[in-house]
Structures are given as C-alpha cells and as structure tokens.
Design a protein around this ligand. Structure first.
Ligand code: BES
Ligand code: ZN
Ligand code: ZN
Length: 447
C-alpha cells in the first residue's frame, strides 16, 4: 500500500545497488557495516537489513535493489518486511510501482486480514497510482469467485468503470443477442443462470485515433458438454482474464486521459452445462455470416470473440487488440508467465515487444502460420472451432480469430491471466499480463 505523503516517524528504506555497496560500507558507522556484512547482505533485489546503530531514530532499513532499479527491485518487500509503516525517498518510478504492484492482496473473503505494510513516498509520485489501481481492478475481477463474478456481475464492473470516467456503455443481453445476430455469444452462454451479453463501452474524443480492445469474458469455463476434467476446471474462474485485462487497461487509459477514441467490447458468458447447451456437431452462423461447425464446446473463447471482433471491424478502427485466456497450448509453448502475441502487422508487434521490454511486461511474438489454416476446415460448414490436432493449438486458435478481422491492424494476446507463484511485483493469483505493455505502447504512440 502506498501513501503519497511523508511519515517522519516511520523507518526509512535506504536503497542500495550492488555497485554502490562497497562505498556504502566504507563510509558507514562501523557498528552498521559490521552488522550488514554479518547479515550476509549483498544488495540483491528485495534483500533488506534493519540497521542497529542506536543513535538512529527512527530506524533505517538498508534495502538492496540489485544492479539497477526496476519494478522487481523491492516488489517482494510488501510481503517480507514486518507489518508497519515505512518511508522511502526516491525519484525512481519503477521502484515505487514495484512496491505498489507487490503490495496487492485479495482478502475480500478472509475474515482475518494480513498486517499492512504502508510505504510513504511523498507527494511527487501520484502518477503511479493510476497504474497500480488499474492492475488492482483486473486482479480483483479475476480473483473473485464465479458465484460473485457471473456475466451480470462483469457487466456491473464495466458499468462502474464507465460511470467513473463518464464513458457510454451499452449492453446487449439474452435473446436480444439473437435479434442482433450475435449468435455465437448466445450459443456459448445460453445454458447459464446468468444470461450471455455483449458489453460495449465507448469513450474519448470523436476525432482521436480509434482503438478497440476486446476481452474474452468467460466467467466460468466448465468446458460445456465437452466437460473439462476436474484438475483443468479448477482454475476456470479466471477464464474472464482477457475481459479483466481490457477493463483494467480501459480504466488506465481513461484515468490518464490518453487522446484516443477507445472502445471496449466484452462478450460475457458462462460456458455452462444444461439441457439447452450448445453441442458438438452443431453449426453456428456467426455475426460476420461465416458458419462454424462445433467440434468441441470447450473451444468457446474463439466463438464469443469472433462475433465481437466482427463487430469491432465494422467501424474500421486504427488498431484492434484482443486479450484472451484462449488456449492451454499457448502455455505449453511459452509457459505461464510469458503471453503469446499474434499480429497481422509486424511493425505494431515489434513496437509492442519493445514497449513490454522497457517496462518489464514481457511478450512473445508468435506466427500466424497460414499453412495450418487447413486444420480448421470443416466438411459441412466454413470452418470448425477446434482443430483435429492439439499441435500448434495457440496458432490455430489465432488463425480462427484472424478470419474475422479483415485488414484491420490487429493484435491478439493469448494469456494465462494468473500467477501460479509469487514473484516480486507479481503476487500469486489473478494477473493482467500485457496490460502495462499495451498501455506503454499506446502512450508512446498517441500521447
Ligand atoms: N479457457 C480455456 C483455455 C485455457 C486453459 C487457458 C488453461 C488457460 C489455462 C479454453 O477455453 C479451452 O478450453 N481451450 C481448449 C481448446 C481446445 C478444445 C481446442 C484447450 O486449450 O484445451
Ligand atoms: Zn474452453
Ligand atoms: Zn475458455
């Protein structure tokens, strides 16, 4: 937790890089330097030692940041330092951001909360506040159990963000989806107790460059009639991670008032099982008009996304970006901590990679390998929703989406949406992977 003021009573964090440690030792009070070396302190990131010198009041905590400051330098301290208040004077934004991201906790369902670590940073750093709270919005949405995060709850969350920033929002729900021809969103979501819907949020100057972001909002993915085994289903409250990421991104863009025209599309559904569930073998006519034969009801994300993407390209935006927890195959390819990025525009993709590197939100460029398109051929419809082989599953999923975006510059992120382990600045649980990279890219390009 960050406080944008000073607290003279709180112990001060004194940051030190590995390069500066020997100088520090040479100049320190001998009691302190002996203590620090006995403690084995090497100024590694997130390493800390309380200094003993008796005349220091309040205490000083010597904190390592490694060889250079980054969001990881002190991003683990909010769970390592004893609970309490600390003061930090630094002009490095990444250091403060790392603390803010690392201090995130999801404790709404805990009756006893963990002790707070508050970091007083003075008033010059308020600009990181928006980034931290946007990431918090995404993480909260993902972490919230499905019983409190069904499609109507996701709509509520989007409405809250729209009201906060004076954006307009329209939601098409239930049978109305059929009248507007969003057949895939309806088919995937109709078996749920909470009606399927398409959320459409718009904001910003009408003459600005138009950016549309689309997020997979599968509030729970049981697999549908192709039901998932228990171990795979366990984590599927996070299958709205794409929606959570674009809503957090939208909050950040609007809070920082980026000069763009923003549109956020979230198809929100639960892939549930009931007598009216869609089935393997059914053929759906998508919003674009292409027909899809359902091979597997567990490949539902690409179905709801294809109608949202087809709607998005109708107004020919300058850039179209989607986020989705789309395939297990992307995780087989890259592991859980590196989002897979696909794009029909190499220069946008290269710039995004560079933006991600700059701020430690890594992405990996994957190929839209057209030679695999045949894997989506159907005997009775224009395509199937799931290839007959799991090999290259992230690519075939991306190729499916590509059928619906025409010539619009488009980027697709296949993300985990979840930290399986805690890392500095990345606590275990829901995570908005790629959000900061995309924000950085947009602000470099348009601000
Ligand atoms: N939501 C899952 C993908 C997923 C699984 C993302 C685990 C992250 C972690 C998606 O709807 C799904 O079930 N995909 C299938 C596609 C297959 C049926 C073609 C998959 O990846 O197995
Ligand atoms: Zn699925
Ligand atoms: Zn899914």
């Amino acid at each position: 937790m960050l406080k944008y003021e000073n607290n003279p009573e709180a112990p001060a964090l004194e940051l030190i890089s590995t390069a500066d440690l020997s100088d520090w030792m040479a100049n320190a009070d001998p009691i302190n330097s002996a203590w620090v070396s006995q403690a084995g302190f090497e100024a590694q990131p997130n390493q800390f030692v309380f200094l003993p010198a008796a005349h220091e009041e309040p205490n000083t905590v010597l904190v390592g940041i490694g060889d250079k400051p980054s969001i990881e330098s002190i991003g683990a301290l909010p769970s390592l330092l004893p609970p309490g208040a600390y003061q930090l004077n630094t002009n490095n934004k990444d250091i403060i951001l790392g603390w803010g991201l690392g201090a995130y906790r999801f404790e709404s369902y805990k009756t006893t909360k963990t002790g707070l670590r508050e970091l007083y940073v003075g008033s010059q750093h308020v600009d990181v506040e928006h980034e931290i709270s946007a990431m918090g919005i995404s993480r909260d949405l993902i972490n919230t159990p499905t019983s409190d995060m069904l499609p109507h709850d996701l709509e509520g969350a989007a409405r809250k963000i729209a009201i906060k920033h004076n954006a307009t929002i329209e939601v098409t729900t239930g049978d109305e989806l059929l009248l507007q021809k969003y057949n895939t969103i309806h088919a995937v979501g109709r078996a749920s107790i909470s009606s399927p819907r398409l959320i459409d949020l718009q904001w910003g100057p009408s003459d600005g460059p138009s950016i549309t972001v689309v997020g997979k909002g599968v509030c729970f993915d049981s697999g549908g009639l192709n039901i998932k085994p228990a171990s795979n289903m366990r984590s599927m409250k996070k299958d709205m991670g794409g929606a959570a990421t674009v809503l957090g991104l939208a909050d950040l863009i609007m809070a920082k008032k980026l000069p763009i025209r923003l549109r956020v599309l979230v198809p929100a559904v639960e892939n549930a099982i009931a007598g009216n569930a869609f089935r393997p073998g059914d053929v759906l006519t998508t919003y674009l008009g292409k027909t899809v034969e359902i091979d597997n009801t567990d490949a539902e994300g690409r179905l709801i996304l294809c109608d949202a993407l087809a709607l998005a390209v109708e107004e020919n935006p300058d850039l179209l970006i989607d986020f989705a927890t789309l395939t297990g195959a992307a995780r087989s390819a890259l592991g859980t901590e590196l989002p897979a990025m696909f794009s029909n525009d190499d220069s946008v993709a290269n710039d995004l990679i560079a933006s991600g590197k700059k701020i430690m939100d890594p992405l990996w460029h994957m190929p839209l390998h057209e030679e695999y398109r045949y894997l989506l051929d159907s005997k009775i419809a224009d395509m199937v929703n799931s290839a007959s082989t799991p090999y290259g599953g992230a690519i075939t999923a991306a190729l499916f989406l590509k059928e619906f975006v025409g010539n619009v510059p488009w980027v697709h992120f296949d993300v985990m949406g979840w930290n399986l382990r805690s890392r500095p600045a990345h606590p275990e649980g829901g995570e908005a992977m790629g959000l900061r990279a995309v924000y950085q890219y947009l602000s470099d390009r348009f601000a």
